[in-house]
Design a protein around this ligand. Structure first.
Ligand SMILES: NC(=O)c1ccc[n+]([C@@H]2O[C@H](COP(=O)([O-])OP(=O)(O)OC[C@H]3O[C@@H](n4cnc5c(N)ncnc54)[C@H](OP(=O)(O)O)[C@@H]3O)[C@@H](O)[C@H]2O)c1
Length: 451
């Protein structure tokens, strides 16, 4: 075979959830652009796009094709042939829908290089305008970076995950019944299920495809969580007694804090048993090898967390006029020096796309020097974007006590990392991973045999 002939290693497969709008769509565009710019001319990219229905999937592909058609010829010698699309449907608040998609992709795809966990639901029912004015007067930039005035639909849970008993094929399984013969199932927080748990199950199920990446390209498969800077508003409110945020007025921020914790602690010895079981997929691969790491040590996918800064999207639905005012305020914040206001979604996609395409050796080297980071999309006053490490309460910028404190982009009252806080964060990681793995296994048992 000639060196320039395409192999499976030269075909990059990336799955992105919520690809039809906002950041998801911009991430697809940016992935295509940077892939065509930086890879060899025989490398190709397949975007596996998930949306909630086929109409949205088809229109996303049409819009992406138009995006590629508009690229200058010089940037894409035969770019069209190097980009392909696969539209898939998943509703992340339905675990059966996640299960169906996983089964389908496991039989169709040879590997997955990257999964970008982008789809999200805010769960907000409005804004406390009085509170927003007060926060704005106290600190304008803080009010549009770490707002505390969004109103959540507290306690909202998903619809029943199990189908009505009459339409089910009854199989021998451990699901319990109540006195009416209905299936009992514990409630799942809606925001938690969409933002975290649905994605968690999907990633677990698809981890064999992520592991395959190593055999084809030598790179490691990557799971990329899309988080938010807003996690810093719930450092104290986050509790392992309610990781689903069901009793909290901050379910969205808690879901994002949980993804930070899961990702940043995923490489620590303290979480290894649970992370290994999560990454082992439906067919566990924990066969010990000579260095005692188990086979998964060689091809173990990596878990990263990124955020897009603050961008103009529909995630918080408001009247159009308020939407316009919101965008103007974002630009003012940027001009006042906020590094977290890319505003434009294409700029917001900078960090996730960088983490998706960066060579593994470079990521590993950066982490070895400065620790695992939460990679954020940042801009200067003039909108020039760059990827910037983001401070995380209890972890700092890289989980290293004594690391240099950066002044820009910190929430008021942020504290330098102490040994005690670092240990607490590790404990949080251990407990969150334990609970997530337990929940996954419980639900897999309930869903067993259903589709
Ligand atoms: N915008 C920001 O400033 C900002 C800041 C920090 C973090 N983020 C993060 O960026 C990511 C993208 O957000 P965005 O601002 O681009 O919001 P968006 O435009 O509202 O996009 C959200 C996406 O998630 C999908 N989605 C919602 N519920 C779903 C469900 N039950 N099942 C499957 N998909 C579902 C939506 O599909 P439909 O179109 O069908 O509803 C949509 O494609 C999120 O993770 C968000 O937390 C955004």
């Amino acid at each position: 075979m000639k060196a320039s002939e395409p192999t499976l290693g030269s075909q990059f497969h990336v799955l992105i959830t919520g690809a039809n709008s906002g950041l998801g769509f911009a991430t697809c565009c940016r992935l295509i652009d940077e892939f065509l710019d930086t890879r060899q001319e025989y490398d190709s990219i397949t975007l596996v796009l998930t949306t909630r229905d086929s109409r949205k999937g088809d229109s996303t592909i049409t819009r992406l094709q138009k995006h590629v058609d508009k690229l200058p010829r010089s940037k894409r010698p035969d770019g069209t042939a190097r980009v392909s699309y696969q539209a898939e449907i998943v509703a992340l608040d339905s675990l059966l829908s996640v299960q169906r998609l996983s089964k389908k992709l496991l039989t169709q795809l040879p590997k997955l290089d990257v999964i970008i966990l982008n789809a999200a639901y805010g769960g907000w029912i409005g804004v406390d305008y009085w509170m927003s004015m007060r926060q704005s007067m106290s600190s304008f930039v803080e009010s549009v970076t770490w707002p505390t005035f969004k109103l959540s639909d507290i306690g909202k849970t998903t619809k029943s995950q199990l189908p009505p008993k009459d339409s089910r094929v009854r199989r021998k399984q451990k699901t319990t019944h109540d006195s009416d013969g209905e299936y009992n199932e514990p409630p799942l927080g809606e925001v938690f299920c969409i933002n975290v748990f649905g994605h968690y199950l999907l990633s677990h199920n698809l981890s064999p495809l992520l592991r395959n990446t190593h055999s084809f390209s030598g790179e490691k498969g990557r799971i990329i969580w899309i988080s938010s800077v807003e996690t810093e508003t719930v450092i104290d409110a986050f509790s392992t007694d309610d990781i689903q945020g069901v009793v909290s007025p901050f379910a969205y921020e808690i879901s994002k804090r949980l993804s930070d914790i899961l990702a940043l602690t995923s490489n620590l010895p303290a979480t290894k048993p649970w992370v290994d079981s999560f990454l082992s997929g439906p067919e566990p691969v924990l066969i010990p090898d000579s260095d005692g790491e188990g086979q998964i040590g060689v091809s173990r996918p990596r878990i990263y967390v990124t955020h897009p800064g603050i961008c103009s999207t529909e995630i918080l639905p408001v009247l159009w006029i308020l939407g316009v005012i919101k965008v103007i305020m974002f630009y003012i914040a940027r001009w006042l020096g906020s590094p977290w206001h890319p505003v434009d979604t294409y700029k917001g996609a900078c960090a996730p796309v960088w983490v998706a395409l960066c060579p593994q050796a470079q990521l590993d080297e950066m982490e070895a020097k400065e620790g695992a980071g939460k990679w954020g999309s940042s801009t200067d006053r003039w909108g020039n974007e760059r990827v910037r490490r983001t401070e995380v309460g209890g972890w700092g910028w890289g989980g290293i006590v004594g690391e240099e404190v950066q002044r820009a982009g910190r929430i008021r009252g942020a504290k330098a990392l102490t040994q005690e806080a670092r240990e607490d964060f590790e404990g949080l990681g251990r407990e969150c991973w334990r609970q997530m793995e337990e929940l996954r296994k419980e639900w897999e048992e309930r869903l067993h045999g259903l589709d």
